[in-house]
Design a protein around this ligand. Structure first.
Ligand SMILES: [Zn+2]
Length: 323
């Protein structure tokens, strides 16, 4: 099986963004260290809006230089760099801290079709100039890719051919988020055209859905409790705050829910279970999502074990290696 370890390389978007040092630079260094000598390539979905917006503030130039250097290091070490768009950066300002325009403009569908297309063009070409090659794989910020027909033309025009946003079975509706993947195909990958949930054999775009698992309330009780009880092991390294996901936390704590396969924090305890499920389904691919900011001491240990246990039987590869 192809195992894709994919990371959304970004700050937090809640009340406090956290620092580039703790949310991006240090934890990404640690992730890349895990790969060394193991023939493991990761895919980093770079939140380009942050870079573009940070360019406007001279106070941020040192941090920006370091982040760009790290993206260069990803490339030089053979990792993949692809496009992640959080368009609320368009409406965000720096004044000693970031103030985000997430309330009205969190997702591309909050912008007109023309403005959304401009953002896709601008972010994609910025990233391509930065890394010196084309990118063709996309992941939507906060999984907000619907309705896809809003983006279809822009994707075609700019040559984005692959998406890895859908988490089959998941859903999330809040003031900012609009995600509903309950009707998604459950496949390793599938083609689509105007609707990211509708398989079309001759569609222009290829979806590589993020892996999913059914999680029990007990899992989430543990996840939330461990961070408080054993912060050294289980506290996330990122020093910011998540954008509110409304009633989602309560739902997770009271009923079984479908969620992503992730290497973040306590989710990393389920990597083996996920691989097992995907082997039983005879899928060709397992896409794991993570965030450098979501690393914990525990998650790094579990990820290391996971890689060492499976690297001989499976390939840990990036999108660049298959498309
Ligand atoms: Zn993101």
């Amino acid at each position: 099986m192809n195992i894709f370890l994919t990371y959304d390389y970004e700050l937090f978007f809640g009340e406090h963004s956290g620092s580039a040092q703790k949310c991006m630079l240090e934890p990404t260094q640690e992730l890349m260290r895990l790969c060394e000598g193991n023939d493991v390539k990761m895919t980093f979905f770079v939140d380009v809006g942050y870079l573009i917006q940070a360019e406007k503030y001279s106070e941020l130039s040192d941090e920006l230089t370091e982040v760009k250097a790290q993206i260069g290091e990803m490339i030089s070490k053979g990792h993949d760099v692809q496009l992640h768009i959080h368009p609320h950066w368009e409406k965000s300002t720096w004044d000693g801290k970031w103030t985000f325009g997430t309330a009205e403009h969190y997702k591309l569908s909050d912008f007109s079709k023309e403005d959304a297309a401009d953002i896709v063009r601008k972010y994609k070409s910025y990233l391509e100039n930065l890394i010196g090659r084309k990118v063709n794989v996309f992941r939507a910020g906060g999984w907000c890719i619907q309705p896809f027909e809003h983006l279809e033309e822009a994707f075609k025009e700019t040559g984005i051919q692959i998406d890895s946003t859908v988490i089959p079975g998941d859903f999330l509706e809040t003031a900012s988020y609009a995600v509903d993947f309950r009707e998604s195909p459950m496949k390793s990958k599938y083609r689509f055209q105007s609707d990211v949930l509708l398989e079309e054999e001759n569609g222009d775009f290829l979806e590589y859905p993020i892996g999913n698992l059914r999680y029990s309330p007990l899992f989430y009780w543990r996840l939330y409790a461990l961070g408080r009880l054993f912060p050294k092991q289980h506290k996330m390294v990122g020093d910011g705050q998540f954008l509110s996901q409304g009633g989602r936390k309560k739902r997770k704590l009271t009923q079984f829910t479908i969620g992503h396969v992730s290497s973040d924090g306590y989710y990393a305890s389920k990597l083996d279970a996920a691989l097992n499920k995907y082997e039983n389904l005879q899928f060709e691919d397992l896409i794991v999502i993570g965030h450098p900011k979501g690393n914990t001491e525990y998650s790094i240990r579990k990820l290391k074990e996971f890689i060492e246990k499976h690297r001989n039987k499976h390939q840990f590869i990036s999108f660049q290696q298959v498309v």
